[in-house]
Design a protein around this ligand. Structure first.
Ligand code: ATP
Ligand code: MG
Length: 597
């Protein structure tokens, strides 16, 4: 598998300790079945797997992946990478109604984009679909029936709910619970053959209706659902439940450590119950996979439920799954996040069993660390007002354009050579930020006001002389004079005191750019916690689009190119709308965390 370069040695965590202990005991040097998981001849072969771990990332293809999934991906693929093992990408596609090929393709792209691969050392592509095990799962269900461990229940859904009991109250046995294996087999086959209506019967594991863990009170393992499946079409009208399918998928793929989020802790006894019974029947090999749970990622200002994200898309609140305000990986990518910054974030937050919220600023900080040394600098004016250097023609020559330059990067390259330069022209008129002029400056203001001197970055020192205003009092032009012999970088240039350096764009060579100023999608740090209505907490200012002036180097920007716009933050050329002749940039994040202020 591909290894993201330059990764520092990862800090240890409870999963690493478990894996290291297992490897030390040689626990995973066991018989590995030949063939593909789920094939009829799957159990026939007997290749020996060396002592190595197998993990898996098992998304359901019912939406695009989000930042929470990135934690799971980095964890599962990262453990396999670090311990010389293999990580499978497995689509948990057992729920036909919500799953689509579009999501399968999106997930494949997202995992690759993050820098991980499911090919193992032998060149084998470990990409699997739970739906390709439907035959095996069906056989496993018949085995449970034959061995007296499952029955077809034909109570109504309401009866089943009522008879389940609750935390304080044991459940009540179904009147169908003591059917013979032969009767159950006949009814299960009738389910499969389409003789029973949707919802009229389920196959249940026969465990204990009084068990203190409600998940062991005869959980449903197969249901009737006439729905076309994205991979198996109309071949099946019964589908396995997730809790039944998932352990079998893990076992067929010889997963060693099945790592999931803590919500599944209460399911672990059923996971073990099922695999123990199937191993007793010789349907799967021992040792079986083991499930381990960790705390899911909760990130402030973000919702990570796929259902809620889909609602934001379907209702048009955002422009799509890849809207740069979405916490999806396609959204973060379009926003300007890099795979390295997301991997670094996942390393930083670590893996524990503790419930916690991670501050969104942690994710932004990881991006800044990645981009600071390598994002090309550029000057852009987002809220432009014109500045006229009234004495320019007199002292510089009529129509003169002075070539200026600044380094593309603040630090020298690895080879010690100075960084490449960006070139632009200074003339009589330039664009500056409206907020960089104050006719009546507040105390401590260092930028342009009548009588003050500032440097136009990379150019000359200028002295402000006043402004022009329209009838409403809005400044329409700032007036200044250029002070000759102060050009940036020339000897003696600093003899005139400049109290600030302003970013600017030349009126002669500046280019127009659409800049999308993205902010957080929600105003509340925990928009859907504690039953809050996340739709009432949308940030009305999450997107503001401006027409900016940009320095000419930005005309060469390619989609996905990342920049630091000086004084403004990190920006990316939009991967969808940016094109030669139509410059579109998205704000990724500011230069420092300013949300709290
Ligand atoms: P849904 O929102 O539809 O319940 P899900 O987020 O659980 O879905 P899956 O496709 O089942 O979606 O997730 C694939 C894997 O990603 C699972 O192993 C799940 O535990 C993990 N995962 C999902 N959300 C998070 C999260 N916030 N933090 C860490 N891991 C997560
Ligand atoms: Mg899930």
């Amino acid at each position: 598998m591909s290894t993201p370069a330059n990764a520092p040695p990862p800090p240890t965590n409870f999963l690493r300790q478990i894996i290291e202990a297992d490897l030390a005991q040689g626990k995973h040097a066991h018989k590995r079945w030949a063939g593909s998981p789920g094939d009829a001849d799957h159990q026939a072969g007997a290749a020996v797997d060396p002592a190595r771990i197998r993990t898996r990332f098992p998304p359901e293809p019912n939406g695009y992946l989000h930042i929470g999934h990135a934690k799971s991906i980095c964890l599962n693929f990262g453990l396999a990478r670090d311990y010389g093992g293999v990580c499978h990408l497995r689509f948990d596609d057992t729920n036909p109604e919500k799953e689509e090929q579009e999501y399968v393709d999106g997930i494949v792209d997202a995992v690759h984009w993050l820098g991980f691969d499911w090919k193992d050392a032998d060149g084998h592509e470990n990409l699997y679909f739970a739906s390709s095990y439907f035959d095996f799962m069906y056989r496993a269900a018949e085995y449970l029936i034959a061995s007296g461990n499952a029955y077809v229940d034909e109570q109504t859904a309401q009866e089943m709910r009522a008879n389940r009991g609750d935390f304080g109250k044991p459940g009540v046995d179904s009147p169908y619970r003591d059917r013979t294996p032969a009767e159950n087999l006949a009814r299960f086959r009738a389910m499969r053959d389409g003789a029973l209506a949707d919802g009229s019967a389920v196959l249940r594991a026969r465990i204990d209706m009084a068990h203190p863990n409600i998940n062991l009170r005869d959980p449903a393992v197969y249901r009737i659902k006439r729905a076309e499946h994205h991979a198996t079409g109309n071949r099946w009208c019964i589908y396995p439940m997730y809790t039944f399918a998932h352990p079998i998928e893990d076992a067929l793929e010889c997963i060693t450590h099945s790592i999931c989020t803590l919500e599944f802790e209460d399911q672990r006894p059923f996971y073990d119950w099922l695999l123990d019974h199937l191993a007793d029947g010789g349907l799967i090999a021992r040792p079986q996979p083991r499930q381990y749970e960790f705390a899911r990622l909760n990130l402030t200002y973000v919702v990570t439920s796929k259902r809620k994200l889909k609602h934001l898309v379907d209702s048009g609140i955002v422009g799509g799954w890849d809207d740069p305000r979405m916490p999806t990986l396609v959204g973060l990518r379009r926003r300007g996040y890099t795979p390295a910054s997301i991997r670094a974030f996942c390393e930083r937050i670590g893996v524990t069993k503790d419930y916690a919220w991670i501050d969104y600023a942690t994710l932004e900080a990881s991006l800044r660390e990645d981009l600071e040394p390598r994002a090309h600098r550029a000057m852009v004016v987002l809220d432009p007002v014109k500045l006229e250097l009234a004495n320019w023609d007199a002292v510089m020559g009529a129509g003169h354009l002075e070539p200026c330059q600044l380094p593309a990067l603040p630090h020298a390259g690895d080879d010690g050579q100075p960084a490449a330069q960006r070139h632009f022209l200074l003339g009589r008129e330039v664009w500056i930020e409206r907020e960089d002029f104050e006719e009546h400056p507040p105390k401590g203001y260092k930028r342009l006001y009548p009588g003050n001197t500032v440097r136009l970055k990379g150019g000359y020192v200028i002295e402000c002389t006043g402004c022009e205003k329209d009838a409403g009092g809005t400044v329409t032009k700032v007036l200044a004079r250029v002070i000759p012999d102060t050009k940036s970088g020339t000897p003696g240039a600093d003899s005139v005191k400049a109290r600030a350096a302003l970013t600017w764009v030349g009126a002669h060579d500046g280019v127009r750019a659409e800049v999308r100023l993205y902010d957080r999608l929600f105003t509340d740090p925990q928009p859907d916690a504690g039953g809050k209505d996340y739709l009432a907490l949308l940030n009305p200012g999450s997107l503001k689009t401006v027409t900016a002036w940009a320095e000419p180097s930005l005309a060469q920007a390619q989609p996905d190119d990342k920049f630091q716009f000086e004084r403004l933050g990190y920006f990316v050329a939009d991967r969808v709308d940016h094109a030669p002749g139509r410059l579109v940039f998205n704000r990724t994040t500011g230069l420092k965390d300013s949300w709290g202020k």
